[in-house]
Design a protein around this ligand. Structure first.
Ligand code: SAM
Length: 269
C-alpha cells in the first residue's frame, strides 16, 4: 500500500520513546484511520492507556522502513485474516477431531486454529509463509512442527488425518492451496477449509473444476455468515478423501507418489 504524504508527515512528526510512538496533536478522524492502518501494518497497536501506538520492537526502528519507502504491506494485502475463535470451534466440530489425530494447518498465521487443534488433543504441524507469525506459534510450544515455507512449493512429506485451513483468498489462491493440501490427507481423512465465496459462482476453469472435484468427492461447500470476516463473503468447504480414489490409482498406503501423479494429471487429489 502506497502511503499518502499527509500520513507520512503525521508519522514523521510523531515522538518515539522506546516501543511507543506518540502522534502529535489530535488528527482529524479519516487521517487518523489511515495513519493507524499504516502503523498497524508494521506491528503498532493502539494502547489507550498510554495513548500511544506500541510496537513489539523499538518504535523508531519499526517505522523507519515505512518512512524511507513511502509504502507498506498491510495484513490484508498479505492475505492475513485470522479466524475468529467462535468460528474455529465450528470448524473443528465439523472436522470431527479425535485425540491423537495428526493435523496439518498449512497457512497457520499466528495459530488461531492450530492452538485449538492442539487443545483438543490432536497433534498439529504448521506451515506459515511469514517468519514473524511462525515465530509466534513456535514460542507457544503447542505445535509439533512449525515450518516457514511457501506451502504451494512444499513437496508432500507426510499424510494427515485432517487438514484444517483458512488460506489466502487473493487471485483464487485459496483454491490452489486447498487442491495442494488434499495431497497431504490420508485415505479416510478430511479437509476443512474457509474459502472465498466466489468459488461457488465463478465461471472460470479453476473454480468450475474445483466444484467438480468437491462434488466427485461428495464434499460440501456451505456459505458462512458475512460477519466473520468483516463483510468478506466466505464458505466452508469440507472434502472427505475416500480410499477408493487411492485404490483406483493403485495406491494403498501412505506413499505419496501415485496419488500425486494423479493430482497432477487431473487435479483431483
Ligand atoms: C487468512 S490468514 C489465516 C491464518 C490462520 N490460518 C487463521 O485461521 O487464523 C492466511 C495465512 O496464510 C499465510 N500464507 C499466505 N500465503 C502462504 C503460502 N504460500 N504458504 C504458507 N502460508 C501462506 C499468510 O501469511 C496468513 O498468515
Amino acid at each position: 500500500m502506497k502511503i499518502d504524504d499527509d500520513v507520512l508527515d503525521a508519522i514523521r512528526n510523531a515522538r518515539c520513546d522506546g516501543p511507543a510512538l506518540y502522534l502529535s496533536g489530535q488528527l482529524e478522524d479519516r487521517l487518523y484511520q489511515r495513519v493507524n492502518l499504516a502503523l498497524s501494518a508494521v506491528g503498532g497497536k493502539w494502547d489507550r492507556w498510554k495513548r500511544a501506538h506500541v510496537f513489539p520492537i523499538n518504535a523508531a526502528e519499526a517505522v523507519a522502513g515505512l518512512l524511507a519507502e513511502g509504502e507498506v504491506t498491510t495484513d490484508a494485502e498479505r492475505g492475513y485474516f485470522p479466524t475468529p475463535s467462535a468460528l474455529v470451534d465450528e470448524i473443528l466440530d465439523l472436522a470431527d477431531l479425535q485425540t491423537g489425530q495428526e493435523v496439518l494447518e498449512p497457512s497457520a498465521g499466528t495459530g488461531a486454529m492450530a492452538e485449538r487443534i492442539a487443545d483438543r488433543g490432536a497433534v498439529v504441524d504448521c506451515v506459515e509463509l511469514d517468519p514473524g507469525r511462525a515465530e509466534i506459534i513456535r514460542n507457544q510450544d503447542y505445535a509439533r512442527r512449525v515450518t516457514v515455507a511457501d506451502f504451494l512449493a512444499l513437496p508432500v512429506s507426510a499424510r494427515y488425518d485432517r487438514v484444517v485451513m483458512n488460506p489466502p483468498f487473493a487471485k483464487q489462491l485459496d483454491i490452489r492451496h486447498v487442491q495442494r493440501a488434499l495431497r497431504w490427507v490420508r485415505p479416510n481423512g478430511l479437509l476443512v477449509a474457509v474459502m472465498f465465496a466466489g468459488l461457488a459462482f465463478r465461471n472460470n476453469v479453476l473454480a468450475a473444476d474445483f466444484r467438480s472435484q468437491v462434488r466427485e468427492a461428495r464434499g460440501t461447500i456451505t456459505p458462512l455468515p458475512d460477519h466473520w470476516f468483516k463483510g468478506i463473503r466466505t464458505v466452508l468447504t469440507v472434502i472427505p478423501v475416500r480410499p477408493q480414489l487411492y485404490e483406483l490409482a493403485g495406491h494403498r498406503t501412505a506413499e505419496a507418489p501415485v496419488s500425486d501423479q494423479r493430482a497432477s494429471q487431473d487435479g483431483l487429489f
